[in-house]
Design a protein around this ligand. Structure first.
Ligand code: NZQ
Ligand code: ZN
Length: 386
């Protein structure tokens, strides 16, 4: 097992009817900017629950943060923060609203030329403006981590940021919010969380027995609850297990002491930036090709995953490892997620070259657990995913 530090300061408030606890978490003298997305919270009652909880707190609202939070929209919110002397942020939404809020938390205290530098220069925020979240969509884990991904339509870019000062102070997770989520977003959430675990597990063995079993148990739980959540989003127990699995998949715990990959996400973000494909779906497009291309490096863990998660006990290491890739792709397809780029766009020629060129320009010359996935390999993987 590798050495590690682990600190996660986010307080989780989990369970039925917990949104009202908001008022206990926000300082009484705070001036709050409540941030939300395209309006789903106004239809499903979450907006009303939050407003009731905030009744005695000085609150300004900013709605309209789109999926894949857009830099230009966030810059309008930054203006509101400055004009209204906001000192506390509250995200009410999924990964996009929470990530947008993290960007604002960092941008509000940034004194460089332009906040875009936080993304392009990889500025790590040591202490941002404090914020909390009310999660409405289990998927990203953003509610309990310190990372964010911001999109800029003008340049067709999607870049990551983060830092130890960007953990939410608290996150409220009420599994009842799941009842209003459209099926498309539910399957996205399952796929995203599943791939988060894979990115931190599908590398090479380092004798981290507990971390491996944490990861496998999250995968097994997602496989078990996925059909239940899809059949009946009002099944509270399935919803609760789904929600907590998504948080645990990316709150930092399972990546401690083990090598991690994250190349699927790096390639996937480019597909969202170029074509607007939902984040989770880009992962389902890249993952099978990535695992086939890097088969020799990853086959021991692939075979372990085959045995422990998919109960494949027959055959050689290679046979099991290959079967595990097929099972993974089959799982995504069963959820209704297409796994080829050509399923999403007819305009895919040249994409692999473009992504490889972008990575080269950014100096991303060696991704993955061995820092050896060079842009020419990225190009091959993306081509395999057409
Ligand atoms: O905008 P509204 O109207 O709220 O509708 C949203 C949006 O259209 C809707 N929705 C959310 N909760 C709902 C609901 N509809 C009905 N009922 C509810 N309770 O769902 C749509 C998608 O929302 P979004 O927040 O975009 O989805 P998700 O949570 O999947 O977030 C995706 C973003 O997170 C980033 C992705 O790249 C993408 O930009 N990620 C963030 C990560 C992190 N911070 O750790 C890690 C991930 O790998 C990912 O990159
Ligand atoms: Zn993801």
């Amino acid at each position: 097992m590798n050495n590690f530090d682990f600190k996660n300061p986010t307080k989780i408030i989990f369970g039925k009817d917990t949104i009202e606890k908001l008022k206990e978490e926000i300082p009484a003298n705070a001036k709050v900017l409540m941030l939300y997305g395209g309006g789903s919270i106004k239809k499903n009652g979450i907006y009303d629950q939050v407003k009731t909880a905030l009744a005695k707190i000085d609150t300004v609202e900013f709605g309209g943060i789109p999926a894949n939070p857009e830099y230009a929209v966030l810059m309008q919110a930054l203006k509101v923060i400055k004009e209204e002397n906001i000192n506390y942020l509250l995200a009410v939404g999924g990964g996009s609203v929470i990530d947008g809020t993290k960007f604002l938390s960092a941008a509000a205290v940034y004194d460089g030329d332009t906040p875009w530098e936080i993304l392009t220069k990889n500025i790590r925020t040591a202490k941002g403006m404090p914020f909390g979240t009310v999660l409405t969509l289990p998927a990203t884990g953003s509610e309990m981590n310190s990372g964010a991904v911001i999109t800029r339509a003008e340049t067709k870019e999607k870049l990551a940021m983060g830092g130890p000062g960007l953990f939410p102070e608290f996150s409220i997770l009420d599994p009842k919010v799941i009842t209003s989520i459209p099926e498309r977003q539910l399957v996205n959430g399952i796929t995203d969380a599943f791939t988060h675990v894979l990115e931190q597990y599908m590398t090479y063995p380092v004798g981290a027995l507990l971390q491996d079993r944490f990861a496998e148990s999250i995968l097994q739980t997602l496989i078990e609850v996925a059909p239940k959540v899809l059949k009946d989003p009002a099944d509270y127990n399935a919803a609760a297990n789904f929600m907590w699995s998504c948080t645990m998949a990316l709150n930092g715990l399972i990546q401690k002491g083990v090598p991690t990959d994250w190349a699927i996400h790096a390639m996937g973000h480019e597909l969202t930036a170029l074509f607007g494909i939902d984040h989770a779906r880009t992962l389902a497009v890249i993952a099978p090709s990535h695992y086939k291309f890097n088969f020799e490096d990853k086959k021991e863990k692939l075979a372990q995953y085959a045995e422990r998660v998919w109960n494949i006990s027959e055959g050689s290491i290679d046979d099991k490892a290959y079967a595990a890739i097929e099972k993974t792709e089959g799982f995504f397809k069963e959820l209704g997620i297409d796994t080829k780029l050509s399923d999403y766009t007819k305009d895919y020629e040249g994409t692999a070259e473009k992504i490889a060129e972008r990575f080269t320009n950014r100096g991303w010359l060696g991704l993955g657990e061995h820092q050896s996935l060079s842009p020419d390999k990225v190009e091959k993987i993306v081509k395999m995913a057409y």
